[in-house]
Design a protein around this ligand. Structure first.
Ligand code: AQP
Length: 334
């Protein structure tokens, strides 16, 4: 199919820490699949990352690391546009414009804002954290996006993007396409290994919360060994009754490509110990190709930067068309 007839897909990941298997299963794995069927753009959203304080040296390092992980996971710059958000100024420009039209109350009721601001004192909450969703709306709307593959935690932000776009279109005439979130039910919310009530997160306090994509095999084995389980001993996918085991079964299923029902059968009559031992090996093996490719990419940072610059050039051209239209409609002198 011609690129122009394909659906446009946009998504991004923040270089705000070590990427984990939640980011991989909830987002990146879908990106790889989608690049073949759609017109896809995958961004490293460094401007989002600074909504909480970042060490500049680490931010730079993590930005390149996310780019290398995209490539190592199989995102192909010949099929998808890969770029860094701050290299395309239209994101910040449209983000500001959308800020001026978004009611404060809509931003204050966002779950991510409530969760993240609860971790800081009032004086420590930055305005950028509140305005995160308007910048995310800008990211998506600039490319006339149809679909946004995300984990469940970002669903609310895509819904807000839709209402921001609708309001703009109603006031100024058709400008933005209305995007939809794309969730993979089984992996939309991978939970923390230390607490099955909370999602796996880069910024979780405990290092045992997540398996990072670059964890060594021994680290992976150790983290799975100490992962929380539920009462009883049955290996069963039952979210309400057995949230911790269900989470581990979902991870097993995704890394082994085995349906959940097969896994339940395989471990019928066996205990948590046997299951966890095998799960660790499934994850170690599942991450091996990505980790090997990452090691090769790491040796050629210039090559990766070249891909990112070319991606930013293409993204800027496409975003430029939307931002020009927006400015004209607002009455800005061009
Ligand atoms: N636990 C998760 N399960 C499934 N999907 C997840 N995602 C994040 N956590 C899970 C998805 O990964 C993509 C990138 O996320 P992000 O970097 O934009 O930020 P986030 O959603 O806030 O992810 P983290 O890991 O929790 O980062 P911090 O701690 O920095 O905020 C998104 O598609 C997200 O849905």
């Amino acid at each position: 199919m011609e690129k122009s007839k394909k659906q446009t897909v946009f998504s991004g990941i923040q270089p705000s820490g070590n990427l984990h298997i939640g980011n991989y299963l909830g987002a990146i794995k879908q990106f790889v699949r989608l690049q073949d069927e759609t017109d896809a753009l995958f961004c490293i959203v460094d401007e989002h990352a600074i909504t909480v304080p970042q060490d500049p040296r680490i931010l730079r390092e993590k930005t390149l690391e996310v780019a290398m992980l995209y490539l190592a996971a199989g995102i192909d710059p010949k099929k998808a546009v890969i770029f860094i958000q701050s290299q395309v100024p239209a994101h910040a420009e449209l983000g500001w414009i959308l800020n001026t039209m978004t009611p404060l109350g809509e931003l204050e009721r966002m779950t991510q804002f409530k969760d993240k601001s609860a971790k800081s004192s009032k004086a420590g909450i930055l305005a950028g954290l509140l305005n995160y969703p308007t910048l995310m709306a800008a990211d998506i709307l600039l490319y006339q996006t149809d679909l946004v593959p995300v984990g469940k935690d970002q669903k609310q932000h895509v819904e807000l993007t839709r209402s921001i776009a609708e309001r703009f279109n109603n006031r100024f005439g058709q400008t933005f396409k209305l995007p939809k979130e794309l969730l993979n039910k089984q992996t939309a919310r991978i939970m923390g290994l230390d607490n099955a009530e909370k999602k796996m997160s880069k910024s979780a306090e405990s290092k045992n919360n997540h398996i990072a994509l670059l964890d060594t095999p021994d680290e992976i084995r150790r983290k799975i060994k100490i992962a929380v389980t539920d009462s009883g001993s049955e290996i069963k996918y039952a979210l309400k009754e057995k949230p911790a085991i269900s989470n581990l079964v979902a991870i097993y299923s995704e890394f082994s490509d085995k349906p959940i029902s097969d896994i339940e059968k395989m471990y019928f009559g066996k205990g948590y110990g046997d299951f966890k031992k095998d799960l660790a090996e499934v994850v170690v093996e599942g991450l091996k190709p990505l980790q090997e490719k990452f090691k090769t990419l790491e040796k050629d940072p210039e090559g990766v930067l070249k891909i990112l610059r070319a991606g930013a050039k293409e993204a800027a051209e496409r975003a430029g068309r939307t931002i020009k239209d927006v400015k004209k409609k607002l009455g800005f002198v061009l």
